[in-house]
Design a binder for this molecule. Sequence first.
Ligand SMILES: Nc1ncnc2c1ncn2[C@@H]1O[C@H](COP(=O)(O)OP(=O)(O)OP(=O)(O)O)[C@@H](O)[C@H]1O
Ligand SMILES: [Mg+2]
Length: 225
Amino acid sequence: MNGPAIKVEGVTKRYGDLQVLKGIDIEVPRGRFAAVIGKSGSGKSTLLGIVSGLERADSGRVLVDGQDLGSLDESAMADLRRRSLGVVFQNFNLIPSLSALDNVLLPTVFDATKSRDEHRGRALDLLKQVGLAERADHRPAQLSGGEQQRVAIARALVNGPPILLADEPTGNLDAQTGADILGLLLDMCRICGTTLLVVTHDLDIAAGADTTIEMKDGRICNADA
Ligand SMILES: Nc1ncnc2c1ncn2[C@@H]1O[C@H](COP(=O)(O)OP(=O)(O)OP(=O)(O)O)[C@@H](O)[C@H]1O
Ligand SMILES: [Mg+2]
């Protein structure tokens, strides 16, 4: 498909009296790695929530994988999220009662285009790629933080999404583990040509990105291409 993976035009968002986003324009070409940086409260997670379709913008336009999010009803939005987006959060967000394998399989539950065995094979392959083949039967409480985040990465990639969004994916990990996890994420995305939009406080991560988008008080204050 032509056009950028993500295009945000004039997006605003208000929570009560607080104008959190004041007119955001960003564009992330396909296959690129863009980092979003900025102080706490500047609106980074709000922007990611809007791009991921979890929140709606008050005004402006958001195109994800060529689709205008404003034109999608809830069910079309859910389809787009399943097909086109993988999401990784700071706190891993795994389901405590499910094994690592079943957590990775969650996004495939509604995908009837492949058999359960095919999905299972892909999930096991991803767990192997993130170095957790031996931990497939472990529940999250039986895994370290870094291992849990690797499960979350495998889950985000299981449907082969063209775009991966991550909000401080290394924020709860020690520096070395965080660097390892980010390296893994980048390698897996490069191999698949996945577009990556990552919110981070880590300037080393931002320095490795193709584009750095800096937010300040609800606006973009620079975007280095
Ligand atoms: N659901 C909400 N209701 C009310 N206010 C909110 C809501 N979500 C975020 N905010 C406010 O919007 C502002 C921006 O929040 P956001 O989470 O986007 O910041 P952030 O840049 O991700 O910060 P951090 O680096 O601390 O994660 C903050 O002042 C926050 O309190
Ligand atoms: Mg945030």
